[in-house]
Write a protein that binds this ligand. Structure first.
Ligand SMILES: Nc1ncnc2c1ncn2[C@@H]1O[C@H](COP(=O)(O)OP(=O)(O)OP(=O)(O)O)[C@@H](O)[C@H]1O
Ligand SMILES: [Mg+2]
Length: 287
């Protein structure tokens, strides 16, 4: 498979040589393939946000390298600039970064900086706003007139409009109510399906990681503790618990039932999957 983004032996030390020195990422090696959806999960302070800010060159590794399509993003100014466009980074609470007078100008900010022609900018802006479910009239309003959930959508649209090869999102659903979370989840999936983009998202929720990601990467204390498919990762429940994390609720229930001697499958991590597997079992089919 095509490796779009690769991180080799990356370490990041904040404020080196001062009393505040802090190694936030330690010797991390990681790669993302074309079109893959990866969930990055870990306890607070484990280094997730620090790691992802290296993907588009916003932070520079203290040691190690970041490669996009095989090329070191710090090998030249052009490469570093290219990384900003190839990797779209959506910060936590991105709505705080809206600043333009109209939604149209805000969403167009990235594409405009990329030097695209006006017609192409307009096309992208209109498509991105449609994908996040906002009516076209919103384009001419001020982002500050919108609700919190709508502002989040505008911020997402601004990164979608750059059509990055890799979309990196830091807790995209944080602070939203269940309906808002579901919507943001659907927009990201819809965008990913349309463009075949590689998506890396940070989350604290095992449930969100399980239902959205094909691969889960778990960080603990500045390092990668484990990675694998949701099934592979959740099978290591004890290690996850030690890292201050937990398997999804439904998986926990199935594991407990198995401990109590009930013959149930334990490799389900969403309620829908559990229902399907249990029904198959009841009908006598293999899981
Ligand atoms: N600008 C900074 N200067 C100094 N230390 C920092 C800075 N940013 C983060 N840190 C420290 O680096 C470590 C990793 O922080 P980081 O924000 O990457 O973790 P995180 O996994 O994203 O946490 P959270 O889940 O709370 O968002 C923490 O100990 C944090 O206090
Ligand atoms: Mg963080």
């Amino acid at each position: 498979m095509n490796e779009v983004l690769k991180v080799e032996n990356l370490s990041h030390v904040y404020s080196p040589g001062t009393p505040f020195e802090k190694t936030a990422v330690r010797d991390v090696t990681f790669c993302a393939h074309k079109g893959e959806i990866i969930g990055l999960i870990g306890h607070t302070g484990s280094g997730k946000s620090t790691l992802i800010q290296h993907f588009n060159g916003l932070l520079k590794p203290t040691s190690g390298r970041v490669l996009i399509n095989g090329e070191d993003i710090h090998q030249s100014r052009e490469m570093t600039r290219g990384a900003r466009f190839a990797v779209g980074l959506v910060f936590q609470y991105p709505e705080y970064q809206l600043f333009e007078e109209t939604v149209r100008r805000d969403v167009a900010f990235g594409p405009h900086n990329m030097g695209l022609e006006q017609a192409e900018i307009d096309r992208r802006v209109e498509e991105a706003v449609r994908i996040v479910g906002l009516p076209p009239e919103v384009l001419e309003s001020s982002p500050f007139e919108l609700s919190g959930g709508q502002k989040r959508r505008v911020a997402l649209a601004g990164v979608f409009a750059m059509e990055p090869e890799v979309l990196v999102l830091d807790e995209p659903m944080a602070g939203l109510d269940p309906v808002g979370r579901e919507e943001v989840f659907r927009f990201i999936v819809a965008y990913q399906k349309k463009h075949g983009t590689t998506v890396i998202f940070v989350t604290h929720s095992m449930e969100d990681a399980a239902r959205m990601a094909q691969r889960i990467v778990v960080m603990e204390k500045s390092r990668i503790l484990m990675e694998g498919t949701p099934c592979e990762v959740f099978a290591r429940a004890q290690e996850l618990t030690r890292a201050g994390l937990d398997v999804p609720q439904v998986t926990r229930v199935l594991m407990r039932l198995r401990e109590l001697g009930v013959d149930v499958p334990t490799d389900a991590y969403t309620v829908e999957q559990a229902v399907r597997l249990l029904q198959q079992k009841k009908e006598g089919r293999a899981c």
